[in-house]
Design a protein around this ligand. Structure first.
Ligand SMILES: Nc1ncnc2c1ncn2[C@@H]1O[C@H](COP(=O)(O)OP(=O)(O)OP(=O)(O)O)[C@@H](O)[C@H]1O
Ligand SMILES: [Mg+2]
Length: 242
């Protein structure tokens, strides 16, 4: 698969990889290597200039626009620039994917505050994005991406604006989501996360991609007292029928 912007140079010169369903990978590479571009291709925000992409067993490069929303409902995304809705509260931003999927208000009231507490935003539940810090906005974006337990989670530098303690907590949230079956791909520059959470990696360099196995590991770090009640916290069993 290849990609170029306009008449610029090809930023991907024929990359080929597969992510197994249920896998967890970091996506690494220097600034400008193409991490965000690759994620946008997987989210179908743009189409490759050549080649094809298969998602959930379906060739998606040529599908009709009308079919995009149904596919996207199966994907949770954390954008590098968050893309929150400024006129909605934290709670309503996070509830949005559930409302779109037709989840009842009662379920929303049960699950959203619990997840917001987990990501440390209990106090900010009724605040709107313009009044939040960068790290707080980032956590709203993460909560919105995971609340509906998507089949695929794409996160672009999801811990770029938070301290180490919160970054670790967020990684544990992704690990719990992964245990429930979500395939996870996280773009990161953070050497400390890569070292601590020894996941396999997709590494982008010179327009090509390398799949690197997880380094041999001492056991993964665990946070005492921070196990997540996954069944409840990560949203409802009802999903969009996408
Ligand atoms: N909309 C666009 N139009 C033209 N060129 C673009 C566009 N978006 C990205 N590029 C170019 O594509 C290349 C890859 O950019 P991309 O944002 O995917 O990198 P990245 O790995 O996410 O970098 P960072 O770590 O800084 O976020 C860069 O050379 C960039 O200039
Ligand atoms: Mg980027």
């Amino acid at each position: 698969m290849g990609l170029r912007y306009g008449t610029g140079p090809e930023i991907f010169t024929g990359i080929h990889f597969e992510l197994a369903a249920g896998s967890f990978h970091f996506l690494t590479g220097a600034s400008g290597a193409g991490k965000s571009s690759l994620l946008s291709l997987l989210y179908l925000a743009q189409r490759p200039t050549r080649g094809s992409i298969t998602l959930f067993g379906k060739e998606v490069t040529t599908i009709h626009r009308r079919q995009l929303p149904a596919l996207r409902r199966r994907i949770g995304v954390v954008f590098q620039d968050f893309r929150l809705l400024d006129h909605l509260t934290t709670l309503d931003n996070v509830a949005l994917p559930l409302r779109v999927a037709g989840v009842t208000e009662e379920e929303i009231r049960r699950h959203v505050p619990e997840l917001l507490s987990w990501v440390g935003l209990k106090e900010q539940m009724h605040a709107k994005p313009p009044t939040l810090s960068g790290g707080q906005k980032q956590r709203v974006a993460i909560a919105r991406a995971v609340i509906s337990r998507p089949d695929l989670l794409l996160a672009d530098e999801p811990t770029g604006n938070v301290d180490d303690r919160i970054a670790t907590r967020l990684l544990h949230l992704f690990i719990e989501l992964n245990k429930l079956g979500t395939t996870i791909l996280i773009a990161t520059h953070s050497e400390s996360l890569i070292q601590r959470f020894r996941m396999p990696r997709l590494h982008l360099e010179d327009g090509a991609i390398q799949v690197l196995d997880a380094p041999q590991t001492p056991s993964r770090p665990s946070l005492p007292g921070s196990t997540l009640n996954t069944a409840g916290t990560l949203g409802s069993p009802e999903k969009g029928d996408a």
